[in-house]
Design a protein around this ligand. Structure first.
Ligand code: ADP
Length: 521
């Protein structure tokens, strides 16, 4: 590796901003095929709601004010909005193991800023300080028991954040750490995950009807039945099934629609076929779950894809990959080809990932100060990591789940081949024990050059993004990837495998480098 820093690229990289939120909004509006699905809850300019987020809505409004329609601030900018209910197993910053949590955290405020009424529904894994008990209870049948779930709520950045409280979530996880959301250890699922997420889906279907929310002055009362549910990943695959079997069969939610968004097809929620009975669905849904893998298996993502009105995924290139064959589509390629799929590149949360306001870094910066500030932040990262402080040494960063998907093993194997060059490497990740040990050993092997931290540490992730020259993303597959977006916004050059959303977002030689399919060589 030549001794270069990222400086020659940063000015172009820094111009790259968030992707996708508005396109996503546009796509969802396309689903608004019935007038009944809209509401007249009109939203005033962001300024009035103290929404910090910069969105197209704001720009459009400004233009309208200046040019065509010189109205004073505070006038209506969106005539018709949708009632959107995002449902997911994670919702950052309250709960997050990766991009799913980021998207549930960042996309809804962007949608709200575009004039929609937006709710998220996710589990209450901890006693979130900012979310209050609504005292609203619902009873749902989970397996053969009637369970009572309680809703907690807060209103942040224009979004109703609803948390489903039940021992199946709180008692198991009991903490903000993402590592226990899906199982007691990385790679191990809770045995009752199908029941836990059955409860989440059923509670999410109740929330728009039973919660009388008066969070801001433009919308009040329950969301009602004219809603679009955005179900995310397999944990919400049951939602469209319950919508049809429990509600639409009784004349409720007749205008409601479901968009099912695939964040990662590698996780499908496969269970033994005998578990179908615990889902409390009529037999006619069996075929939607039926997954022919030679074993008696049901597949929740399979059902979500087939029973929803629209199938989305997080980047256009990943959408193509999903239908390209069994390998990339992880055996669901056939059904996705049938339903069709739209890829919309993920956005990042431009409020959380903003170098001009980031509280996790020592000095804030923007495109005009990046050249002066980045070397300082690099030295501060080097100091924090216990590495030799030298702004002329290129620093390569890696952040991600330690699993085969992310290629952290490829990286670890490749390190001996380039560590002799003038460079340092900092790796942050959690996941499989063996891979955690692999990165933790780096310090012993290369005390002057490498550090591996097996921890989930959001402030450190920000420091690495800001302080590194390069961010390496050697993923074997990557539905979208958010880290390269964060890197580009911070003037840090992403070096990425040419897969999934990395292809859509990193422009070779302009905002970063595409490395083809990654392997040790
Ligand atoms: P995926 O969803 O496949 O895990 P993404 O690139 O879409 O990958 O999103 C990863 C998100 O999780 C980013 O916001 C990244 O900063 C964060 N993240 C991953 N690992 C860690 C970690 N160990 N500590 C802090 N944040 C992490």
């Amino acid at each position: 590796m030549a001794t270069v820093t990222a400086s020659h690229l940063v000015s172009t990289v820094c111009q790259v901003n968030s992707h996708g939120a508005d396109t996503k909004a546009a796509n969802l509006i396309c689903m608004k095929n019935q007038a009944a699905i809209t509401h007249n809850g009109l939203r005033f300019l962001n300024m009035l709601d103290r929404l910090q987020m910069r969105t197209n809505a704001k720009a459009v409004a400004r233009q309208a004010v200046k040019q065509e329609n010189p109205r004073p601030w505070g006038k209506i900018i969106c005539g018709k909005g949708l009632n959107l209910v995002f449902v997911g197993a994670e919702c950052g910053p309250w709960s997050k193991t990766g991009g799913l949590g980021d998207v549930l955290g960042g996309l809804p405020p962007a949608m709200a800023a575009n004039g929609h009424r937006v709710m998220t529904v996710s589990p209450r894994y901890d006693q979130y300080m900012d979310a209050w008990d609504t005292s609203v209870l619902v009873e749902v049948k989970v397996g053969d028991k009637i369970e009572t779930a309680r809703f907690f709520h807060c209103y942040k950045r224009g979004v109703d954040r609803v948390f489903v409280d039940h021992p199946m979530f709180l008692e198991k996880v009991w903490g903000k750490t993402g590592s226990k959301i899906y199982g007691p250890n990385a790679g191990v699922d809770y045995k009752d995950n199908q029941l836990r997420f059955s409860l989440l889906c059923q509670a999410a279907l109740e929330a728009p009807k039973v919660l009388n929310l008066n969070s801001n002055r433009y919308f009040s009362g329950p969301y009602g039945e004219d809603v679009i549910f955005i179900a995310n990943d397999w944990h919400t695959g049951l939602l469209p099934c319950y919508l049809k079997s429990m509600y639409q069969s009784r004349g409720i939610y007749m205008n409601a629609k479901v968009a099912f968004c695939i964040h990662n097809i590698a996780y499908q929620g496969r269970f033994p076929f005998s578990d179908f009975s615990v889902l409390n669905l009529p037999d006619r849904f069996k075929s939607s779950f039926d997954f022919f893998d030679g074993y008696e298996t049901i597949d929740a993502a399979h059902a979500g894809i087939l029973e929803s009105d629209k199938v989305l995924t997080v980047s256009p290139y990943y959408a193509q990959e999903l239908i390209s064959g069994e390998d990339k589509g992880v055996e669901l390629d056939n059904i996705i080809r049938k339903t069709g799929i739209t890829g919309i590149v993920n956005g990042m949360d431009v409020q959380e990932w903003n170098p001009a306001t980031d509280q996790h870094i020592n000095v804030q910066y923007d495109a005009s100060t990046v050249m002066d500030v980045k070397p300082i932040l690099k030295e501060s990262l080097q100091a924090e990591m216990g590495l030799h402080c030298d702004r002329n040494v290129p620093v390569v960063g890696f952040i991600g789940r330690l699993e085969e998907q992310k290629g952290s093993d490829v990286l670890a194997e490749a390190i001996p081949r380039f560590i002799g060059e003038n460079c340092q490497i900092v790796i942050l990740g959690t996941g499989k024990k063996a891979m955690e040990e692999q990165i933790e050993n780096l310090q012993t092997q290369y005390p002057d050059k490498a550090r591996g931290i097996a921890n989930f540490n959001v402030p450190l992730a920000h420091k690495i993004i800001a302080g590194s020259d390069f961010i390496l993303i050697p993923s074997r597959f990557e539905p979208c990837g958010l880290i390269q977006l964060h890197a580009m916004r911070y003037g840090t050059v992403p070096i990425v495998a040419s897969t999934g959303g990395l292809v859509d977002t990193v422009k070779e030689g302009f905002t970063g480098f595409q490395m083809g399919a990654f392997n040790v060589e």
